[in-house]
Design a protein around this ligand. Sequence first.
Ligand code: N58
Length: 390
Amino acid sequence: MAIAARSRTGFYRQEVNRTVWEVPERYRDLKQVGTGAYGTVCSAWDRRSGTQVAIKKLHRPFQSKLFAKRAYRELRLLKHMKHENVIGLLDVFTAEILLDQLRDFYLVMPFMGTDLGKLMKMERLSEDRVQFLVYQMLKGLKYIHSAGIIHRDLKPGNLAINPDCELKVKHFETKIYGLDFFFSNWPNFYITSLLQILDFGLARQAVSEMTGYVVTRWYRAPEVILNWMHYTQTVDIWSAGCIMAEMLLGKPLFKGNDHLDQLREIMKITGTPTPDFVVKLQSQDARNYIRSLSKVPKKDLHFVFSKASSNAVCVLEKMLLLDPECRVSASEALELPFFSEFRDVEEETEALPYDQTLDNADLPLDQWKRHTFTEILTFRPPRDSRETSL
Ligand code: N58
């Protein structure tokens, strides 16, 4: 590859982890924060907005059709996401001016300081924090699902947290002398954590990464682990239930040593499936296997989560169901009494329709490149990231 002697006007070059990053001058102090087969992420200071950002450089995105399709899909998905509880795109750029020269492009998003996995390792969460975090997760899920998107890999590590984020709370209720006091037109701010759903997806998810005693599988719905049936958005609800359970217990709920051990762990709680669920399984082998298991009754979740409130247990009862058709949807879950304290229906928005036809298409490499280039050129930054601080 011939390295141009000069950088594109307004851009500068810097070496990160033995690769060259060529970025607009507004982004300063690049520091690597993560890397994997699919890309590298740096934190940076955005001089224009005066905020910390995360910049992802995909690893040779046009090396194959598969990589190109993945890169295109990520760009399209991030461009579409416009919700407080889902990662969004602040900027996308490439230092190359012509389509023929396009080799790399970079995705810029708000920098999130930590993730739920790390947060749970550091501290035990009180039930009102669990309430607020799960509320945010469900708002994000409702939005993603309304666009027809299934996350498929929801886990604590894919829930980014900004620990000290200033949030404006529209209806701030407080108890004064036992009375519920309601300040209706108060600009209330308080410091709390902002949760955003994302998909780090930096590493390849090979079969080996799903085998054995691994976090990558603990949050997966049973129908996904064992390939039982064509799956739906409710796989994310299963994962959300596992995550909420872990927040309350302080440890993962289903820590299987392998696929079948994981299923055994699950069934200790859910009980063995009922005959009307078994007939829905696509594979004869799966049906035979399930029928061969000795019957276990469903556990009352009040005993498993003995310190949790009834409202919290009620949410889990509706999420952790073996039959995906019986699980609550994100939008229905938001209506449950557990969330009523924090609820702001106006924030429970839905996405504009998302067209997935190209995402699933089989195209030659040069067409993926062309579509990606068009998506880069047509990007418009979100309103509130355009103001300048310089
Ligand atoms: O999150 C993504 N990509 C992404 C999101 C989604 C959903 C949630 C819309 C389904 N799909 N995909 C593919 N990319 C991404 C995530 C994290 C970083 C970079 C890119 S790294 C980072 C971001 C923010 N703060 C710190 C680090």
